[in-house]
Design a protein around this ligand. Sequence first.
Ligand code: CP
Length: 317
Amino acid sequence: MRSFIGRDILSLKDFDRHEYARVYEVADMLEPYARDRKNGDLLKHKTLVTAFYQPSTRTRLATEAAMHRLGGHVTGFSDAKMTRAGDFYQEGIQDTVKMLEYYGDVIAMRHFQQGAPHEAAKHASVPVINCGDGWGEHPTQVLTDTFTINRLKGRLDGLTWILIGDMRMRTMHSISYALSKFDTKAYVISPDEMYFLPEFESEVRSMGFNFERKEHIEQVISEADVIYMEPVVQPDYTKSRQEATDDKGLTPANYQVTKDLLFSKAKGDAIVLHSLPRQDELTTDVDDTRFQRYWVEAYNGVLIRMSLLALILGAVE
Ligand code: CP
């Protein structure tokens, strides 16, 4: 297994099974800091720099919370408009990163341009964590999601997944790479205009991602161990920010999960994951059911970011 020390986390494309296991193992080991709400000092000499060029609630705050839990320091920005990248100067990634690398020991970046964290990593002397790049990838979210399933089901092999919603989403790309490394079967359900790009579909099929396309969740929900959701009512992820219009539209039943549907058609131990935020594709009446695991998914997001920070910064071997 490659060492994590000093490594960029940009994509799950090249993550192997041992690396998933190691990230999960360290997350388990560090859990007491989050569970007991008691910060430690493992990273007391380290600083995280967050560079978020697109809105975020969970990813930025979970990464920052993870750093605080391990006793580290945090600096950075969450609104690029208040930096020189977002004003008259439109300062580029290269120049920005050449500054940020002196302000901390690891950079967590979200960007509306696909590949921006990869570009940052080329120029940074400190590791870069991709916290979501345009429609590209969202590796820390999917490490969280697979960790959640591994904990709840005791394995990732042998499970049937439904991926439902917008397949252009960065989570859908990262989960496809992840599932290609395990013995899984998946059903993919999305509108035509939100389906995988042909080159991406070919790539993940060639990597071993075993999936069939379906039209409506009712066709396959009875087979699913995991229902992995994204909205189809979505902003444009290539923009730095998009305000909602009055008429955002509603989610067709094909792409919607409700309490009635789960109780009438799903396996009793099926799990619903959603990286959030949601629109009407996941009705709030699911929140109080046994199928819901998106709140523990959010808690696990802190564990996974603690694990990654500790591994990358060399606090654990
Ligand atoms: N799931 C996720 O990436 O959420 P945020 O956009 O709030 O970070």
